[in-house]
Design a protein around this ligand. Structure first.
Ligand code: ZN
Ligand code: ZN
Length: 352
């Protein structure tokens, strides 16, 4: 007789959990969260239920997409079945059709592009205009063809935290009476036991795209997000995530734990002094939304270095590091040096 082995998943990062006999509970090897057997069971039942509801939509996604791979840089790109991808948005090399992306990669939500290619090109030209030392072909029409509308994968987390904080707090007051100055200090043993919920903590799921560049074109307005439909991919590329929940979770947990700690400390602001003696913030549950965010993306190779330029596809905010054309720079330096030499000449006349 075979027994059904129950395998629980971590309610925070979805990694498989192991029972820890010492602690009589489940400890996640990836994110170090701890759960009692009851917490684990309840959370997993909810997770399974959600997965069951998702299944048909995942199958539909697996049917309707094309997965391309770039043999040069390894980027994996997704489009809808009717959109043919030809070049890698990242390194501009031709991509190869690989098959279909598994349904588990189906995004839950998407912020559709608001900025058209035409708008994006105008933003780019404007950005170039303000920069003198750009190499000529950086602004060329053929370079503009490399600008790609990419849906960048993001993990957006809702986390529930159980926070316990204990502190010794003091309140003092002073007064004068009969020539004496009195100070009264009252000491309180303050205890907080709170359930805290965080909504929408973001982290991008693509290792290829620089985090700084994505942060520079923030914010995205999540109110603009809609349920994912295959049709949104039409004419655009989507980057497949390669950083999973377990890898992203430490970043999310840090923000949730620090935020909870600050919140509970803030609730003790009525005292003159606060000395925290215990602060335990446990992330009990994290719900993930796999979301695609719209970005107009362009890379440029110049003298052995790669430069990236990005435009927020929802707001039009742009960011990037401009390549400097050393030839132009030298010419201007020479002109400036020439001007100084001339000035020297004039001074020479004046002083003579
Ligand atoms: Zn975990
Ligand atoms: Zn590539």
């Amino acid at each position: 007789m075979s027994e059904d082995v129950q395998q629980y998943k971590c309610p925070n990062c979805a990694a498989e959990l192991r029972f820890n006999p010492k602690k009589q509970g489940f400890v996640c090897e990836y994110c170090e969260s701890f759960f009692t057997p009851e917490e684990c069971k309840a959370a997993n039942e909810q997770m399974n239920e959600k997965e069951k509801q998702e299944r048909p939509r995942r199958e539909e996604f697996a049917e309707g997409n094309n997965l391309y791979v770039c043999p040069s840089c390894g980027a994996e790109l997704v489009t809808d079945k009717n959109t043919a991808a030809t070049e890698c948005y990242y390194c501009h090399n031709p991509v190869v059709l690989k098959g279909r992306l598994d349904g588990e990669y189906r995004p839950a939500r998407v912020i559709p592009f608001q900025i058209t290619r035409q708008d994006a090109e105008a933003v780019f030209r404007n950005w170039c205009k303000k920069r003198w030392f750009l190499p000529k072909d950086f602004m060329s029409e053929s370079q503009l063809l490399h600008m790609a509308g990419v849906y960048v994968p993001f993990w957006v987390a809702d986390s529930s935290v159980h926070g316990v904080m204990r502190a010794v707090c003091k309140k003092s007051r002073s007064w004068t009476s009969g020539g004496y100055r009195y100070t009264e200090v009252k000491e309180f043993d303050v205890f907080r036991d709170a359930g805290i919920h965080f909504h929408g903590i973001p982290a991008d799921g693509s290792s290829k795209i620089e985090d700084e560049l994505m942060e520079a074109i923030e914010p995205f307005d999540y109110d603009g997000a809609v349920d994912f439909e295959m049709a949104y991919l039409s004419g655009f590329l989507s980057d497949k995530y390669d950083v999973n929940k377990a890898q992203v979770f430490p970043r999310i947990r840090n923000r949730a734990v620090n935020g909870s700690d600050a919140l509970l400390r803030g609730s003790m602001s009525g005292y003159d002094s606060v000395r925290v003696t215990q602060s335990d913030m446990q992330v009990l549950r994290t719900d993930w939304l796999y979301m695609l965010l719209p970005v107009w993306f362009m890379t440029y190779q110049y003298q052995g270095k790669q430069y990236s330029f990005a435009i927020n596809g929802q707001t039009g905010k742009q960011a990037g590091t401009p390549p400097l054309a050393t030839g132009k720079l030298l010419a201007v330096c020479a002109a400036v040096a020439g001007a100084f030499a001339l000035m020297g000449l004039f001074w020479g006349w004046l002083l003579a």
